[in-house]
Design a protein around this ligand. Sequence first.
Ligand SMILES: C[S@@+](CC[C@H](N)C(=O)[O-])C[C@H]1O[C@@H](n2cnc3c(N)ncnc32)[C@H](O)[C@@H]1O
Length: 410
Amino acid sequence: MAEHPAYPVGLRLSGRRVVVLGGGQVAQRRLPALIAAGADIVLVSPEATPSVEAMADTGEITWQRRPYAEGDLAEAWYALIATSDPRANAQASAEAERHRVWCVRSDDADQATAWTPATGHSEGVTVAVLTTDARGRDPRHTAAIRDAVVEGLRDGTLVAPHHRTRTAGVALVGGGPGDPDLITVRGRRLLAEADVVIADRLGPRDLLAELPPHVEVIDAAKIPYGRYMAQEAINNALVEHARQGKAVVRLKGGDPFVFGRGMEEVQALAEAGIPCTVVPGISSSISVPGAAGIPVTHRGVAHEFTVVSGHVAPDDERSLVDWPSLARLTGTLVILMGVDKIGKIAETLVAHGKSPETPVALVQEGTTAAQRRVDATLATVAETVRAEDVKPPAVIVVGAVVGVGPHPTA
Ligand SMILES: C[S@@+](CC[C@H](N)C(=O)[O-])C[C@H]1O[C@@H](n2cnc3c(N)ncnc32)[C@H](O)[C@@H]1O
């Protein structure tokens, strides 16, 4: 029997009787998938593990607390034989053969009429891996192949474009702070499936180099905007490409909704009737300090952190930030887009009560190969930025958390 390869098939077990003999570890591992398949499961076993017992308690399976008896498999479509008694297993598998019930055996794959593949799932696809014959069975190898395929599908390193189900539209993907490993699994997969990618300057630019040649990569900063505002021109580009039936990824730095104007793009797409998916990203506001050894909170030091934009100075009438209130807070202040205005910001914080000695760290190009951290205080930060030539993009952290890490890096 084992000279021929197994014939792979997907059993549709919904509402069909499946008999499981033995309530030990094998049953515990196999039952969830049978339950998920909607099978009408009868467990025959004098004992069961606590997890299997819980499945019976919740009504997911019917448990008959007794040993196997001849006739148990008569009405079954499929059987899992996994008792600790080899004689009972052999008798049950002989009965399965007589009744033409496909049966898996935990103790003797050679005697089984079916084998359970190593399975995994990704976005509506089940990956099932079987070894060719019973003697060559290497469960770790098949599991490793399954893991590699599922992982590759999830993170987009294994590209399998959808042909029937793929819908045109836009995915607004938060790309994380810059390190290509810090994009989400979903973001990476959508990127791998894209026809068009409209990318910001910040974010995981290295991932763009991996895209296949047919993918059109558009630099958002270079979209001509003539009589439009730049953001409006980007919105129009998203709509136009999606209307051509293309899968468009709008790749943004960090998280799309943290100073990312993501919702403006969502609104423009909604107005145009274009489907849009939003994929969150790791925001630089937390990850960049973290990458430089600064936790935004720390027990006994900071019980809050506030993320603010420093793109306009505190005395600018367009500023929506209540700097005097921020000066009174005891927690951590994280300032994005604040390099140019940090002198004025520091002055304002001190004028409203923050100590001039409050530690400040500037983390430039965090999580990339060019990352650097420069430390100062509120009193010295303006001069330090000039002297050290700190340039955007940088995250500025103000507060005692700056000093709690073991080895501030230069
Ligand atoms: C327009 S905001 C976008 C923020 C983004 N949506 C996020 O969640 O991280 C751009 C600012 O984010 C900060 N930033 C983003 N990525 C950074 C990085 N890798 N290193 C340092 N700062 C970064 C800088 O303050 C930069 O000026």
